[in-house]
Design a protein around this ligand. Structure first.
Ligand SMILES: [Fe+2]
Ligand SMILES: [Fe+2]
Length: 239
């Protein structure tokens, strides 16, 4: 008998967290656990940064725990489609041109929905569309370049999505400064900031979102962060 899928709305953050952890640790192949470790690290750090950034934006008293939970889970699930990529590809030290079309598949709607169902055992229809949207659209750039797993009907509407636009910056920051990309040396805060600024000048990223995210990273008055250990220990490099 087919296993019953879990209803996302009835799951706690911990339930989803554990499902993702289990799926990452079960990536098949000889190097599966190693690939799973990299992916897990990126997903959890993106989740913390996203939740913490928006918690600071909304201010202490306006925080709604259900909103923050959804933001945390958006970060945790954004690259879930990568569970279908071969472990060897996630660990490659040098990527070839032909590797990119395979990597880009992780945002395809089919990959995202199937990863939720087949790898996490979650009924994807019960997952809020905002979370699926982040999974399928987080590599779209504002000038229409980048790549998407779904058709973008209106760039104007896309550019109004505050969470998605901010998440794109958080994802690029995390992936660039951490171990996620074995084909690239880890970069420092400032290096990433300059790269993001360059993309902003080309009209690819939103200027105000870059500035607010970096002022959040530099704001030492915020102490109740789940991502604080990484920031203070210099995990993301020197500020
Ligand atoms: Fe991605
Ligand atoms: Fe990512």
């Amino acid at each position: 008998m087919a296993k019953r899928l879990k209803n996302f709305q009835k799951m706690t953050t911990k339930d989803v967290f554990l499902s993702v952890y289990k799926a990452c640790s079960e990536i098949p192949g000889k190097r599966g656990p190693e690939a799973g470790y990299l992916l897990w690290g990126h997903l959890t750090r993106c989740a913390s940064l996203t939740q913490d950034f928006f918690a600071s934006e909304y201010g202490g008293s306006n925080r709604k725990s259900s909103v923050l939970k959804e933001l945390f889970l958006s970060g945790l699930l954004h690259d879930i489609g990568k569970l279908f990529l071969p472990a060897e590809l996630l660990l490659k030290k040098k990527l070839e041109k032909e590797d990119w079309p395979i990597i880009e598949k992780h945002v395809e709607k089919y990959y995202v929905e199937n990863a939720l169902e087949k790898k996490l055992g979650i009924d994807y229809k019960s997952v809020p569309h905002e979370i699926i949207d982040i999974g399928t659209k987080h590599h779209v750039l504002l000038d229409g370049t980048g790549y998407s797993g779904v058709q973008i009907d209106s760039m104007a509407r896309f550019s109004e999505n505050k969470v998605l636009l901010t998440f794109m910056i958080i994802d690029k920051f995390e992936a660039g400064t951490s171990f996620l990309r074995p084909w690239q040396p880890r970069k420092r805060y400032m290096q990433i900031f300059l790269e993001l600024q360059e993309a902003m000048e080309k009209g690819q990223l939103d200027k105000t979102k870059i500035l607010s995210f970096f002022s959040f990273l530099f704001d030492d008055s915020i102490t109740n962060l789940t991502c604080l250990p990484q920031i203070v220990s210099g995990f993301y490099g020197r500020r």
